[in-house]
Design a protein around this ligand. Structure first.
Ligand code: NAD
Ligand code: ZN
Ligand code: ZN
Length: 356
């Protein structure tokens, strides 16, 4: 076994402990890596709105037991290698690929562990969404294939790319053939995911980007990161998008809210042969059918992204094309970050620094 001497000590972690309760800072045993696992000393952990959704679910809807250490966007330095692990050195700076799968089914064989065919049956869950997560001083990563070297990338601004970057990247990549010169892309919800989506669209496509959100502060960030136009997200938003596109609508619409009114806006501003991608998990559902959606419009609801796509997103960040706006918090202040996110008061992404 190649490992640093890691005494079985205590560490701080932020946990969701009881249904309906606020997240709490607690002291737990510092984990040790089992065979094939890697222990990370967490440098940075992102705070995603999905956690707020999970913490609003009733007990019967919760697919994993509590308490749960939160945080499914993680980055760290390798602190210990479990038996049989090679390919990484102690101290290496890495990002964690979060949607863990079985590693060997047809989807996993393509790197699409986000669509693993056996994860549920095998009880494999992402860190922070079933397995102990990244908002802790240390975390266990189940397999070194779930690590991507960060090199010189700053873990604080890179960590949101493991979800707030990867998820929109995966969504946008599928629609690239439609985002030709002269096309329009609409981004609904310009928060953690949305403000990265705007930048990805600008870096990867010649499309005109129209961003929708509910207040001026969010729309100002959208313009700052590259949106050509911003529109207040209300019942008139779809009509405004049509007006801005000469009546045609948008060739790709990405909804990072996914609530009933935004899904209605998303389909209402879609063009013929467009892609409508519902990424937000706000409980909305699209009405699709002849006469309801424009001719040949496709509606999709993807989940996270593949291992190779995470490598691509990090490479794109290395080229300087993505500037993630972060607000940093200590581990003790993580509950405050969740509170602010819940209130819609985070501009960009909140990032916790558990050892900072
Ligand atoms: P966030 O809170 O950072 O951003 C959400 C943004 O939407 C905010 O700027 C908010 O002002 C805006 N908004 C709220 N209501 C709106 C409305 N009616 N119209 C327009 N904008 C509105 O959240 P986030 O972390 O970026 O996550 C966005 C969504 O994506 C959440 O629902 C989250 O659960 C989901 N998500 C899905 C996946 C996936 O794989 N499908 C992955 C990560 C996150
Ligand atoms: Zn998330
Ligand atoms: Zn699998």
């Amino acid at each position: 076994m190649m490992s640093a001497a890691v005494p079985t000590e205590k560490m701080k972690a932020v946990q969701y402990r009881a249904v309906g309760a606020d997240p709490e800072v607690v002291t737990v045993d510092r984990p040790e890596p089992g065979p094939g696992q890697v222990l990370l000393k967490v440098t940075a952990a992102g705070v995603c709105h999905s956690d707020i959704a999970v913490m609003s679910w009733p007990a019967e809807a919760l697919p994993f037991p509590l308490p749960l250490t939160l945080g499914h966007e993680g980055a760290g330095t390798v602190a210990a290698l479990g038996e049989g692990v090679s390919g990484f050195e102690l101290g290496d700076s890495v990002a964690v690929y979060g949607p863990w799968g079985c590693g060997s089914c047809l989807m996993c064989a393509q790197g699409k562990e986000n669509y693993c065919l056996r994860a549920e049956e095998l009880g494999i869950r992402p860190p922070g969404l079933g397995a102990p997560g990244a908002i802790a001083e240390y975390m266990i990563v189940d397999d070194p294939r779930h690590l991507v070297p960060l090199g010189d990338l700053d873990p604080v601004t890179a960590v949101p790319l493991t979800d707030a970057g990867l998820t929109p990247y995966h969504a946008i990549k599928t629609s690239l053939p439609k985002l030709v010169p002269g096309s329009t892309a609409v981004v609904i919800g310009t928060g953690g995911l949305g403000h990265v989506a705007i930048q990805l669209l600008r870096a990867l496509t010649p499309a005109r980007v129209i961003a929708l959100d509910v207040n001026d502060e969010k729309l100002a960030l959208a313009r700052e990161v590259g949106a050509h136009e911003t529109v207040l997200s209300d019942q008139h938003a779809a009509a405004k998008v049509r007006e801005l596109t000469g009546g045609l609508g948008a060739q790709a619409v990405f909804d990072f809210v996914g609530a009933p009114p935004t899904v209605a806006t998303a389909t209402a501003c879609a063009a013929v042969e467009s892609d409508v991608t519902i990424v937000g998990i706000g409980g909305g559902a699209a009405t699709v059918g002849f006469g309801s959606t424009p001719y040949d419009a496709a509606v999709r609801s993807p989940y996270w992204g593949s291992r190779s796509e995470l490598i691509e997103v990090l490479d794109l960040a290395r080229s300087g094309a993505i500037d993630v706006h972060v607000e940093t918090y200590s581990l003790d202040d993580a509950p405050k970050a969740y509170q602010r996110l819940h209130e819609g008061r985070i501009n960009g992404r909140a990032v916790i620094l558990p050892n900072g």
